[in-house]
Every structure is written in C-alpha cells, then in structure tokens.
Design a protein around this ligand. Structure first.
Ligand code: 6PG
Length: 472
C-alpha cells in the first residue's frame, strides 16, 4: 500500500493559455468541484490565476513538464490560445509528453479545415483531439458558456462531466452536446459566428434608421431596445445594445457610443462562413452583407471623401414608419438570418458527413452564447417536428410569424432606401425571402444569354432534355 505521504493528488483538467478567456474558463471549472491546472508562458498570467483562484483547487505553471505531470490520466487538456499558428505550436510542444488516450481540446475559433488536419495527425498517435466551439465571451467562459464539441463520441465522454458542469443551463439542461464527427464543433461555431455577424449588422442598421431617419436620441434608443428585449426580439444582443446607450463617456461629455470610431474589426469567422457558403452553393446574403459592411466601414477616409461629393443628392422615401414597424422588420430579418445559417448547417452536415442534429444545436444555443434569443426555442421546436427541414421558411409556426412581419420589412426597406440610409443586411434579407418565395425567377434569361454567347445549353419548362439554339 502506498503511504499517504507519497500520494500525489493529480488535477482533473488542464488549460493552456491563461488570457482572459482561459483564466475565466479554468476558474469556472474549479467552481464545479473539479481540480484544474493552468499553463502559460507568461509568469504574470500564472500568478494572476493563482491569486484569483486562491481557495479553489487550482494551480498553474510556466513549465510544460510540471503541467503534464500534474494531470490525471487520461489527461484532459484544453487550449484557449489564438487560432492558427499558436494552436499548432502548443500541440507541437505538448505532443512528445502526451500518452495514448489523452485528450486535447482546442477551444478557440479555429478554421474547421485546420481541425480536420489536427484530428487526423493526432489520431495516428492515439491522442484524442476535439475542436470545441465556446461561445459567450469572457463572462460566458466564467459563468456558463455554450459549448459545441466535435471529434468522436468516445472523446466527448471523457470531458462530458466537466463540460456539462461548466456550461450555461436552460431549464436545467446543459448548453453543451456532442455536435458530430471531426471538425463539426468548429463548423457549428463558425456558423454561430456568421449568424452573430448578421444579427449585429441588422441591429446596427435598426440603430441607424431610428437615429437618422426617426431622430431618436440615445436615451430614447435605450428605451426602445429595452422594450424590444421584452418581446419577440428578446436576445442577448438586443439586451446589451440597450445597455450601451446609457453608458456615459468617461473621457468627455455625453454618451460613449457617440465617441466610438465607426470602423468594425473582425477576426474572420464571419468571412469564413460566407466563403464556405459560396463553396457549397449556399445563399446567405444577410451574413454576406454583414461581412461587406465591416469591410466598407474600414474605408473611413474614402467614405468621408465620397460623402462630400454626393452631399446634395436628393433623398425622399414618401414612407412614414414608427419604431413598431422597425421592431417587426428586424424580427423578420432576425428569423431569416437564423434560417440562412441553419440551412447552411443542414447542407454541411451531408457535405462533410457531420451528421448534425439541428434541434440539438438550437437547444444548446438557447443559453450562454452570443446569439441566444427567444427565437431559438421556436427554432428548436421546428427541427424537433421535422429534423430534415431544408429551410425554417417552411415551418408552419414560422410561416405565420413571417407573414405578420414581412410588410413592415417592406416599409422599412423603402424608408431607408429612399432616405439613403444604408440597410444592406435588411434589404438583402428581404430580397432573399422574395427570391426564395418566388416560384418563377428571371433566370431563364440568364440561361438564354449563356446559350447565346457560349452554347452552354438550357433546359425547357415544357419538356425533358438539354437544348441549344442558334440565337442570331
Ligand atoms: C462568441 C464570439 C467570439 C468571437 C467574437 C469576436 O461566441 O463568444 O463569437 O468567439 O471571438 O465575437 O469575433 P470578431 O472579431 O470576428 O467580430
């Protein structure tokens, strides 16, 4: 029998990367009766963790060997380091010290193709690898994120108790579940972020319309968004938007929002969503518009110069709208943004053999993540009734909601277009809807043109076969 004196108590969970997200996540783990050990090359981050984790079963080091030796087997190690090269570097550093059966989890926003490569490379060494999307920002990491793990079911079982304990809960159900094979977790998180981009851009447009078009001040905007947050649009993003308008500038007078430069940055996940949608032939024009608007916003100097040249052009819509129209228009657009993302997930599920369960995804997005909203439950119910639904536009409950709001969307688009208030995401959403609800589109003409200049052939609507005509 081993004497008590020599028994070493090993830690349940290891975390590499003690930046804000990593520190918060590891503290969350330690809050749930699991012991946790952190690793970072920066000694300040390690001592910060020890300080904040005082009284919890938590420790940290800058030495990778000390880290590895202190973890119970199979080791459960999560990386929360920037996507790309840093993930590969950490894997490279740790790999010689890992043993078959150990589990490495990449909790960052890695591109799904990188995850596939790492998954295969590590499988050769019998190391489990998991790409797990983690959403909810730093607060979510600390008090309950939504977690989207992929990989294989066996590795999920190893980490399931910890992930279920630390994740957000909705109706006592954890906002985490196994997403699917290989890179499914990162893929689902990428779509989450694409939807996040779409919703954020839509909210930005609603702000522009109500500020510039309806003349609302920050105090009034705060009231409007707070009210919206009590209705159909109830969501994390609307809630924080309401909060933003009442924050005062601590470096000057007035509200802080008015002092922020109108250039939005991006780390790239929204762009990846659009790129991948293009590759798969999936139309997601709301998300595309959100990416394009961030790009346009970056050209501040050119925008300013162009704006001088066109200052005097006439703007008039002849349309009168109120904040209720805007609320309904943006509820319409919110629903269709989710619909675009879910359709992309449905196609990716077979394209990449992920075998995604869309109801399960809607379920774990109901809490903890950035796109959580009241609508997620409608979406969950829609996929529970029909798991093969190709578009949410065909769900009977959502059909009624779309019918109730589409006229407001038309009015608000007319208003903003007439008044020269950019509303690319809202207009694209309406056009997407109009196109998807048209059984006849003018694309017969495109086929005729293709055949005219390139003999590309066309199909007919009255008989089978492939045809070519001499057009001249
Ligand atoms: C989340 C977020 C998060 C992402 C930020 C910034 O779910 O918690 O999606 O993962 O890093 O939203 O993204 P951008 O820099 O691309 O705007």
């Amino acid at each position: 029998m081993v004497s008590k004196k020599f028994m070493v108590s090993l830690y349940d969970f290891g975390l590499v990367g003690l930046g804000v997200m990593g520190r918060n996540f590891i503290l969350n783990v330690a809050d749930h009766q699991f012991s946790a050990f952190g690793l970072d090359t920066d000694p300040v981050k390690v001592s910060d963790l020890k300080l904040e984790g005082a009284g919890k079963k938590i420790d940290g080091t800058t030495d990778k060997l000390v880290f590895i030796q202190n973890l119970s087997r199979p080791r459960k190690i999560m990386l929360l380091v920037p996507a790309g090269g840093p993930v590969d570097s950490v894997i490279y550093e740790l790999l010689p010290h890992l043993e078959p059966g150990d589990l490495l989890i990449d909790g960052g926003n890695s591109h799904f193709s990188d995850t596939n490569r790492r998954f295969d490379q590590l499988a050769e060494k019998e190391i489990h690898f998991m790409g797990a999307g983690v959403s909810g920002g730093s607060k979510g990491a600390r008090f309950g994120p939504s977690i989207m793990p992929g990989g294989n079911e066996a590795s999920y079982k190893i980490i399931q108790p910890i992930f279920e304990a630390v994740s957000a809960k909705v109706n006592n159900e954890p906002c985490v579940d196994f997403m699917g094979h290989g890179s499914a977790g990162n893929y689902v998180k990428m779509i989450h972020n694409g939807i996040e981009y779409g919703l954020m851009q839509l909210i930005g447009e609603s702000y522009h319309i109500m500020k510039q078009g309806l003349g609302l001040n920050n105090f009034e905007l705060q009231k409007v968004y707070s009210k919206w947050n009590e209705g159909d649009l109830q969501s994390f993003l609307i809630e924080i938007t309401a909060g933003i308008f009442s924050v005062q500038d601590d470096l000057g007078s007035g509200e802080l929002v008015d002092k922020i430069l109108d250039k939005a940055k991006q780390k790239g996940t929204g762009k990846w969503t659009s790129q991948n949608a293009m590759d798969m032939g999936m139309p997601i024009p709301t998300i595309d518009a959100a990416v394009a608007m961030r790009q346009i916003s970056a050209s501040k100097e050119i925008r300013t110069e162009v704006s001088q040249k066109y200052k005097s052009t006439e703007r008039e819509s002849g349309i009168v709208i109120d904040t209720l129209d805007v609320e309904k228009a943006f509820y319409f657009a919110f629903m269709i943004t989710y619909a675009q993302g879910m359709s992309q997930l449905g196609v990716a599920s077979s394209e990449y053999h992920y075998d995604l369960n869309l109801e399960r995804i809607a379920k774990i997005w109901r809490g903890g993540c950035i796109i959580r909203s009241r609508f997620l439950e409608d979406m969950r119910v829609a996929f529970s009734k029909n798991s093969e639904l190709p578009t949410l536009l065909l769900d009977p409950v959502i059909i009624e909601k779309i019918k109730e709001t589409v006229m407001s969307a038309r009015k608000v688009v007319q208003f903003s277009v007439g008044n020269g208030i950019p509303s690319m995401a809202l207009a694209n959403t309406l056009n997407y809807f109009d196109a998807f609800s048209s059984s006849n589109l003018p694309l017969n003409l495109i086929q005729a043109q293709r055949d005219y200049f390139g003999s590309h052939t066309y199909e007919r609507n009255d008989r089978e076969g492939v045809f070519h005509s001499e057009w001249k």
